[in-house]
Design a binder for this molecule. Structure first.
Ligand code: ADP
Length: 231
């Protein structure tokens, strides 16, 4: 790998796309977040915790976390058919599993917490941005958390290990590896791998993912601080 490698959009191996975050932008949700990263635009709303009356679906020892990831028909170049497809079902499940270790669910027995991740515009990396936004929106809903979960994709493009793959790099590259971590404990809460990496490349990519996640975690905290001040 060369540290001098310049990517098709002008970035170096460890540069993220421009990323902006906001919280508390929806009045009717208990918590919300909006993220832009490159051309990605993602809105997350949290509803809950609210009492779950159904004995079949509720848990006596904690809240049930439900997440729904949805891509708007206008989020991609060719109109996407509305509704949940297999990809959306998979991403919904992985987002809730990635953020679960960060939440004190035991504080809300027999309750539910619902998270909606709405992708308004997509350009690669939406599952990671969904995790970042869900974590931010939960904090905005004042749900007690151990830490904000942060996520970023790393991968291999033109034989180089790079961070935050664009849609083009995801399609044309040799490997894509989205990772989520809880920086306070260094726990990996989610990792997927599409493509091939050698053991050495994997170590290098994971190190880069940790660096990226720590940077994002700082931005997430600054975003909350800018709304709520020094709590
Ligand atoms: P992620 O968004 O987490 O990287 P994928 O690897 O499945 O997830 O998708 C990569 C990118 O491909 C998406 O961010 C989006 O830009 C594009 N994409 C995904 N699904 C569709 C679709 N149905 N139609 C057009 N583009 C899509």
């Amino acid at each position: 790998m060369t540290k001098e490698y310049i990517r098709s959009d002008g970035r170096t191996y460890n540069t993220l796309r421009n990323i902006k975050m906001k919280v508390g932008i929806l009045n009717n949700a208990d918590g919300s977040a909006y993220i832009e990263c490159g051309n990605n635009k993602i809105l997350v709303g949290v509803y809950g915790p609210k009492e779950l009356y159904s004995k079949k679906h509720s848990k006596p020892d904690g809240a049930v976390l439900r997440c729904k990831y949805n891509m708007a028909p206008f989020s991609v170049k060719e109109r996407k058919r509305p509704g949940q497809d297999r990809r959306a079902i998979e991403i919904s499940k992985l987002i809730s599993e990635a953020i679960l270790p960060g939440i004190f669910l035991e504080k809300y027995p027999r309750s539910s917490i619902d998270i909606s991740v709405e992708v308004l515009e997509a350009e690669g990396g939406t599952r990671c941005l969904g995790i970042i936004g869900a974590s931010l929106a939960l904090a905005d809903a004042e749900i007690p958390m151990k830490d904000l979960i942060s996520a970023i994709a790393v991968g291999k493009v033109d034989e180089n290990i790079v961070i935050d793959l664009s849609e083009k790099e995801d399609q044309e590259g040799e490997a894509d590896m989205p990772v989520a971590i809880m920086p306070r404990t260094d726990e990996i809460t989610f990792l997927q791998m599409d493509g091939h990496l050698t053991a050495q490349e994997f170590d290098e990519a994971l190190k880069l993912a940790f660096e990226g996640c720590r940077f994002i975690n700082k931005l997430q905290k600054e975003t909350l601080l800018s709304k709520y001040g020094g709590m």
